[in-house]
Design a protein around this ligand. Structure first.
Ligand SMILES: NC(=O)c1ccc[n+]([C@@H]2O[C@H](COP(=O)([O-])OP(=O)(O)OC[C@H]3O[C@@H](n4cnc5c(N)ncnc54)[C@H](OP(=O)(O)O)[C@@H]3O)[C@@H](O)[C@H]2O)c1
Length: 238
C-alpha cells in the first residue's frame, strides 16, 4: 500500500518529557525552536496531528509566516500544508480554532463511534472520513492521503499517542527532536511515546543525520530504519 514519507517533530525536556503532568501545551521552547517548527511544517504536503494535541495546544495548524508561504508557492505547492486531524472517538470541538482558520478546510479521520449529532456539526467544517474500525487505521489514512490528496510528505506534530501508533506501524521515516535545557521529573508527564508503560512491540533504531545547537537547545534529525528488532524483556537490576 503506497504511503507518503512521514517526518515527526517533537520538543523534549532534558528528561524526555513532551508535556507536563496536566498535558498542557508545549510552552517550554525558545523562539528559535518555534521558528524551526514552522520551517519543518512548511516542508509538508500535509500536517498530521492527534485530536488531543489540537485541543491542548489550541492549534490552527496553519502556516502564517509570509516567507515560508512564498517559498512553498515558488515550489508549486499550496501556501499551507493540508491540515489533518485523527480522533478515534471524534470528540473534537466544532468551535475550535482549527475549524475556523481561513484556509482549505481540514481533513478529519475518525470512526463510526463519532455520534450522529457530532457528525452533523463537523461535516460542514471539514472533509470527514469515518472508518468502521474502533481505532482509526493509520495505514489506511496514509494511503488515502497519498491517493486522494496527492500527499507525498507528511509532517506529524504528535502527540505521543499518535506518534507511538505510527511508530509501531513502521510509518515514521524521520524524527526531528529539539532537546530543551530544563527538567520536569515525575512519572505522570508524557514522554515521546506517552506515559511510561508497555514496551514497544519492536525497537526502532535511528541514524543521526544532523545535529545543531542554538542557545541552550539541541536540534537533532534522525532517519529511522525500517527493520525493527524485538523489544527487550524487562529485567531487574541489582
Ligand atoms: N512537546 C511536543 O513536541 C508535543 C507535540 C505534540 C503534543 N504534545 C503534547 O502531547 C499531549 C497530547 O498527547 P496525547 O498522547 O494525549 O494525544 P495525541 O497523540 O495528540 O492524540 C491522540 C489522538 O489520536 C487519536 N487516534 C486516532 N487513531 C489513533 C491510533 N491508532 N492510536 C492512537 N491514537 C489515535 C485519538 O483519538 P481518541 O482520543 O478518540 O482515542 C486521540 O484523539 C498534549 O499535552 C500536547 O501538548 C507535545
Amino acid at each position: 500500500m503506497k504511503r507518503p514519507r512521514v517526518i515527526a517533530n517533537f520538543a523534549l525536556t532534558a528528561d524526555g518529557k513532551v508535556s507536563t503532568r496536566n498535558f498542557t501545551d508545549t510552552t517550554f521552547t525558545s523562539p528559535s525552536d518555534k521558528r524551526r517548527l514552522k520551517e519543518i511544517r512548511a516542508l509538508g504536503d500535509a500536517l498530521l496531528v492527534g485530536g488531543r494535541t489540537v485541543a491542548a495546544d489550541t492549534m490552527s495548524l496553519g502556516l502564517s509566516a509570509v516567507d515560508l508561504r512564498e517559498k512553498r508557492l515558488a515550489r508549486g505547492q499550496p501556501a499551507e500544508p493540508l491540515r489533518v486531524i485523527v480522533s478515534n472517538g471524534g470528540t473534537l470541538d466544532p468551535e475550535a480554532k482549527v475549524f475556523h482558520y481561513k484556509s482549505r478546510p481540514p481533513v478529519v479521520f475518525s470512526t463510526r463511534r463519532m455520534p450522529e449529532s457530532q457528525r452533523t456539526k463537523l461535516s460542514p467544517l471539514c472533509d470527514l472520513w469515518l472508518f468502521p474500525e474502533k481505532s482509526v487505521p493509520l495505514d489506511s489514512v496514509l494511503n488515502l492521503l497519498h491517493r486522494d490528496y496527492a500527499v507525498r510528505t507528511v509532517i506529524c506534530e504528535g502527540g505521543p499517542s499518535l506518534f507511538r501508533a505510527l511508530l509501531e506501524s513502521g510509518a515514521i521515516d524521520e524524527l526531528r527532536l529539539t532537546w530543551c535545557p530544563l527538567v520536569f521529573g515525575g512519572a505522570g508527564a508524557p514522554t515521546l511515546t506517552g506515559l511510561p508503560g508497555d514496551f514497544l512491540k519492536t525497537i526502532r533504531r535511528g541514524r543521526l543525520k544532523k545535529m545543531e545547537t542554538i542557545g541552550g537547545e539541541c536540534f537533532l534529525t534522525y532517519s529511522l530504519e525500517g527493520a525493527a528488532s524485538s523489544a527487550p524483556k524487562p529485567s531487574r537490576r541489582s
